[in-house]
Design a protein around this ligand. Sequence first.
Ligand code: HEM
Ligand code: HEM
Length: 184
Amino acid sequence: MALANRPDRYGWIAIALHWGMALLLAVLVAMGVYMVRLPDVGFDQVKITLILVHKALGLVALAAVLLRLGWRVGNLLPALVQGLPMWQQVAARFVHLALYALMLALPLTGWWMSSAGGYPVTFFGWFELPDIGPYNEYWFHASIAIHRWLGYALVAVGALHAAAALGHHWVRHDDTLRRMLPGR
Ligand code: HEM
Ligand code: HEM
């Protein structure tokens, strides 16, 4: 199977980025929801460690989506499977765009939240990233809520997208899912 996309299927790079990111985002959401529910008393070590790892993995997700967008723009975009009604063609492209927007907005609001709260963003403590906004109590609390709701939106839109892909495979019996899987 080729590295690059073909007119009728995705290539290795797009497939690896798609499934690698799906896994990473699932881990980030589960971790985020779990860690914020841990008690603050004494700010226990587990919570601090999970937040540190969440932030670093969130930065990996940001780098991966930038790479993915670069690959998408510089590469051929496979056409959707033949014979889809117009509303499904529009819905599919719209949902893909919404997913890209969410994949960008989530790490950026996470980073912004840390800057607004006066917390450093480090990559596993190896090096520190610059602030992307001023310290501001109001925006700190607002960005937490925005980051949370973007996370819920990612789950909702991602579930809709996955259900549509599985529906194509099992109900419509077309090539939609196979085009995003390794193989011929
Ligand atoms: C695609 C990447 C990311 C996803 C999907 C994600 C998802 C989430 C989710 C679902 C929560 C739990 C929200 C809640 O239930 O209240 C959360 C919390 C959090 N995230 Fe992220 N996140 C991402 C990237 C980042 C980044 C890059 C940072 C910082 C550099 C960050 C910092 C935080 C912090 C500090 C919290 C805890 C907020 C609180 O104290 O309530 N996140 N994240
Ligand atoms: C079980 C979960 C998932 C399944 C079964 C699935 C399946 C697919 C399939 C079959 C395609 C190709 C559609 C086509 O062009 O014909 C696709 C594309 C895409 N998927 Fe997923 N996906 C899943 C999870 C996710 C997640 C979690 C995200 C991101 C949040 C995501 C983002 C995308 C994007 C952005 C595209 C468009 C790629 C492009 O053309 O650049 N997917 N997915």
